[in-house]
Design a protein around this ligand. Structure first.
Ligand SMILES: C[S@@+](CC[C@H](N)C(=O)[O-])C[C@H]1O[C@@H](n2cnc3c(N)ncnc32)[C@H](O)[C@@H]1O
Length: 314
């Protein structure tokens, strides 16, 4: 059955078991709201059902009107399955064209927030996202949904961040060519792959062994040669590769891990979701000053999966 831990507001497109909400930028490109939007596809049956609906419509075995009948028997669906299937089947067949559609949607959100899309920084992020095959970092059942603007379940009770959030974090980081980047929370590996197109080297650390191994295998299979994957608690950073120009953390905590601050170069930026609890999180950008102190800018409200390990909230 379909369940939803965080019900999306009416009209909000559904996400697929996401830990990160749907972000929309406000002025200066910062999200003015981020709504958790989950299609809690918790069971294998529900996943199979969803994939089947997509296949049936794609193959012309049923039409969209008939979807109503097939969706109706689901017990109290909290997401609009029909809308979701409709969106998937409306996507172009070619993954490259799907990627362009995804990036266009990200750009539209940025534009809506008043962001100047002509900046070199944004062009580089857009180019990187156009180059990375998001579907290759997803489990088979989720691939149909790779280019929709949602966070998705990747197994191990974790998520791949939604494309807009990946763009927002990379954009805020302003990664200069030649940069050394630390990515905490490898997850699917997609975020690290995007960062690797912008930086000289990326070290990505993941606490869940299976996720780290799967991502590492994909980096190798897809030819991402400047990414080093480490299995461990990202709270401690990766001192052997420090210092870093940029550190991105894709899981939320109540405080910035001190080892990460120490592993950041002066002038470097650390982007992470911070807050006392999941209902009160903000994406923040911290810039390390020459005297070692941090200057903090809040980018907007978010909801991420929690940082586990030593930096987990009490
Ligand atoms: C939102 S997901 C990451 C999404 C990822 N950037 C992607 O593109 O798929 C957050 C990840 O952080 C990992 N994580 C949580 N706590 C961690 C820790 N202390 N150290 C390393 N990874 C951690 C989770 O296991 C999860 O895979």
């Amino acid at each position: 059955m379909l369940s939803c831990a965080h019900t999306a507001s009416p009209g909000t497109p559904p996400g697929l078991r996401c830990g990160i909400g749907v972000a929309r930028p406000s002025a200066l490109g910062m999200p003015k709201r981020m709504e958790s939007s989950e299609l809690g596809v918790e069971s294998a049956d529900a996943i199979a059902h969803l994939n089947l609906l997509v296949r049936l419509v794609r193959n012309g075995e049923i039409n969209l009107d008939q979807l109503d009948e097939l969706v109706a028997p689901l017990p109290k669906p909290v997401i609009d399955v029909k809308d979701l299937v409709q969106r998937v089947v409306a996507l172009p067949n070619d993954p490259a064209a799907q990627r362009e559609a995804m990036v266009d949607e990200v750009k539209a959100s940025l534009l809506e927030g008043g962001v100047d899309l002509s900046s070199e920084n944004i062009s580089r992020v857009v180019k990187a996202m156009l180059a990375v095959p998001r579907e290759e970092f997803l489990p088979p059942w989720a691939r149909d949904f790779a280019y929709l603007p949602y966070a998705l379940n990747i197994g191990s009770r974790q998520t791949i961040s939604q494309p807009f959030v990946v763009a927002l974090m990379a954009m805020a980081a302003t990664i200069p060519p030649g940069a050394a980047v630390l990515d905490v929370g490898t997850g699917s590996g997609y975020g690290a792959a995007v960062l690797s197109m912008l930086a000289d080297t990326v070290v990505t650390i993941e606490i869940k062994t299976k996720l780290a191994r799967d991502a590492e295998q994909q980096f190798s299979a897809l030819g991402f040669r400047n990414i080093t994957t480490v299995i461990g608690d990202g709270f401690a950073g990766v001192p052997a590769f420090a210092p870093f120009d940029v550190i991105l953390v894709a899981a939320a905590a109540s405080q910035v891990p001190q080892p990460l601050v120490e592993q950041l170069k002066p002038g470097g930026r650390l982007i992470m979701p911070l807050g006392p609890d999941p209902e009160n999180e903000h994406l923040v950008m911290l810039t390390k000053q020459p005297d070692g102190t941090l200057r903090q800018v809040t980018l907007g409200p978010v909801q991420f999966v929690p940082l586990t390990g030593s930096g987990a909230r009490a």
